[in-house]
Design a binder for this molecule. Structure first.
Ligand code: FE
Length: 164
């Protein structure tokens, strides 16, 4: 919503043709930063998270396959964001994808996550982001089981677990 508005503002300034405004809007829209309900500075996140969690959640890193604490975890409950506690995935939707990362066929609700286009590594993937803090969770792929056909492939280190 915010970035659409910025794009509109940028376009209208471009049409007017004032180079001052154009430069200014360019700076704003290039950040593309969404403001999340839980919003902290980079140094605050660095202090709060372990170096490994910071690398994945804030720097979009990926843990090694079969290395995380949840890929083979079968307890019943809710997976929450390790950075902000937002409820993300119900254990009922977890399945063994064989990928070495915890995999789910759907989020706990539509509002709990955001999807963003990720064009790193020379391919287009859909990145899964915590809708509350903007933390990087993983990626979603179209090779999951029924009923959604989607595989939400998530780093264990981005998650914590709450028993039911
Ligand atoms: Fe979060």
């Amino acid at each position: 919503m915010n970035s659409k508005l910025l794009t509109l503002v940028f376009l209208s300034f471009t049409l007017v043709g004032t180079s001052f405004c154009q430069t200014k809007s360019n700076e704003n829209s290039s950040t593309g930063d969404k403001v999340y309900p839980v919003s902290k500075s980079d140094s605050e996140w660095k202090k709060e998270l372990s170096p490994e969690a910071y690398e994945v959640l804030r720097k979009k890193g990926t843990e090694y396959a079969f290395s995380g604490k949840f890929y083979d975890f079968k307890e019943k409950g809710v997976f929450i964001c390790a950075a902000c506690g937002n409820e993300l995935f119900d254990s009922k939707t977890k399945y063994n994808s064989g990928s070495g990362w915890p995999s789910f066929y759907q989020p706990i609700n539509k509002e709990s996550i955001d999807l963003e286009i990720d064009q790193s590594l020379g391919e287009t993937r859909e990145e899964i982001v915590c809708a509350k803090c903007g933390g990087h969770l993983g990626h979603v792929f179209p090779d999951g089981p029924k009923p959604t056909g989607l595989r939400y492939c998530v780093n264990s280190i981005s998650l914590d677990f709450k028993d039911k």
